[in-house]
Write a protein that binds this ligand. Sequence first.
Ligand code: NAP
Length: 304
Amino acid sequence: MERQYDLVIIGAGPAGMAASVYGSRAGLKTLLLDNGAPGGKLIKTHKISNYPGVKELSGVELATSMFEQSTSFGAEYAYGDVEKVDADKKVTLSDGTIIEAKAVIVATGTKERLLKIPGEQENIGRGVSFCAVCDGAFFKNKDVVVIGGGNSALEESLFLTQFANKVTIVIRRDVFRAEKKIQEQIQANDKIEVIVKHIPKEILAENGKVSGIVFENVETKEPMTLSCQGIFPYVGQDPNTVCLEGLGVLDDKGYVIVDDSCQTKIPGLYAAGDVIQKELRQVVTATNDGAIAAQHAFHQITGI
Ligand code: NAP
């Protein structure tokens, strides 16, 4: 890895990989950084069936294909744990390396939100998991509980039915947030039971492994205990924006505020994908943002 680039992209999920394609094809000296495996949340996603042109593909397959393309026009990919981005587009890594760029695109995505209830933290990896695709096979013939009613919860519940004896989805309201198509699949699956109007209160464990979870009825306040061996919380996401703190570019939830060019109020500092303040977080909207940000960065750097 060198120390000077035209464009540094932080995060190799769909937004970052699309930005890499557009930046490098435009002739910018481009560096794509990630502090994990490339692919972002795609590699934790069972199936993708709403990305145009892709009828159905596993998340890993789509991520692999995007990654190959993202580095095929000259962009460099490197491991990099970004600690800080400065207003003058200096990117500082956690090992102290400083990389200078003419433009930076932050595409760091989001991380799973914790339930923040007793028993959660200490049982991660002992029955509590945030990745059905990674851990589902450990729950063969076991009973699992999924918490949340968004796309992630419902899609991963369907995935878990391949292995689990029973999947119980617990939501706090009596309506799902997920798309209708997935709701229909949930209703048609005999292995899935849905419990409404309950919020999680405590995760129970015996002999170092999850044994159940206590919920509270939101109306009657009565407790309900479900016995299970696995718990998958899918209660939303929070943005990965610690590296931008202090720049005044974040909203009150920590998402990056950008204009129509995906540029923040700091010239040359862009953001793309799930990390920005927006309504619809999808692979297709992430790639759209990445393309816009890189194209705008090209115009800004070259003056063309
Ligand atoms: P989400 O859409 O925000 O859904 C979170 C769910 O968790 C909601 O049902 C919410 O309930 C519930 N919840 C939140 N806090 C809770 C708590 N403390 N206790 C119990 N339940 C709680 O999150 P997501 O499913 O992770 O999706 C994030 C984004 O990615 C969304 O924009 C989604 O559309 C997108 N996504 C898209 C796809 C796809 O298109 N295939 C797949 C995955 C994710 P309430 O409804 O009551 O608030």
